[in-house]
Write a protein that binds this ligand. Structure first.
Ligand code: CDP
Length: 236
């Protein structure tokens, strides 16, 4: 028996993960962050690349995708249920902080552009939902590719400035014009890579509800999505 899926897609720092988690809590669903698997595979790629060639600048130049996927199995990359969400494990240890490191963030888009990598992630996501849990899944292609029959699809957007300032605040750093410009540049590069790749590019599903969160407060955006999901659950 498959669980109910609410899909939340959108660009980097549009607030997907925190929104998805809060929506999942209110609905009594689990929060499944697909980005954690792409980040986990990127961490595995970096560890494998460092083992083979410590001076390598680009992990996929040292290890191919097949090697990364095999290493992911060997190193036990997995998401394990931890109440509302899932924790990431690599090499038998919790890796939730390691997968958020700056070098993982920089290389995640190129790892995520490889079709076999995306197939591996999608098989794992389907497996977790087939286990029967109702989930809020966030990512870039959840409503378009991974769960096209989701009960509700939401596409979150926000202005580049709003997204950059959220990312800096998340790190607990001070927002000044220079750091804002630098962060906006990094986000724009990742948006470009994610939107122009050949396989499963970031795009809004035709039947997704678009929510621009630039001027919405967090509580408001969560409440809107929860109301939409409840409406659809009642209509089923
Ligand atoms: O940093 P942010 O929260 O925006 O990214 P993330 O959701 O943790 O995802 C990290 C990277 O994985 C993204 O830059 C995408 O390249 C990739 N990704 C993807 O391609 N498809 C998904 N469904 C989720 C993430």
């Amino acid at each position: 028996m498959s669980g109910v899926v609410v899909a939340i897609d959108g660009p980097s720092a549009s607030g997907k993960s925190s929104t998805a988690r809060a929506v999942a809590e209110r609905l009594g669903f689990a929060h499944l962050d697909s980005g954690a698997l792409y980040r986990g595979l990127t961490l595995v790629a970096l560890r494998e690349a460092a083992r083979r060639d410590p001076s390598a600048a680009e992990p996929l130049a040292v290890v191919d995708a097949e090697t990364v996927l095999r290493a992911a199995e060997d190193r036990g990359l997995m998401l394990q249920s931890d109440g509302v969400g899932f924790s990431t494990y690599v090499d038998g240890e919790p890796a939730d902080s390691a997968i958020r490191a700056a070098d993982v963030t920089v290389h995640a888009s190129s790892v995520a552009a490889v079709p076999t990598v995306r197939e591996w992630v999608n098989i794992h996501l389907h497996g977790l939902v087939r286990a029967g849990r109702d989930v809020v899944v966030d990512g870039r292609d959840i409503g378009t590719v991974v769960f096209p029959d989701a009960l509700l699809k939401v596409f979150l957007t926000a202005s580049p400035e709003a997204r950059a300032s959220r990312r800096i605040s998340q790190r607990g750093m001070r927002i000044d014009p220079a750091s804002l410009a630098e962060e906006a540049k990094l986000l724009a590069a990742r948006d470009h890579a994610d939107s122009t790749r050949a396989t499963a590019p970031l795009q809004r599903a035709g039947d997704a509800v678009e929510l621009d969160t630039t001027r919405l407060d967090f509580e408001e955006q969560v409440a809107r999505i929860v109301a939409l999901a409840r409406e659809r659950l009642e209509r089923r």
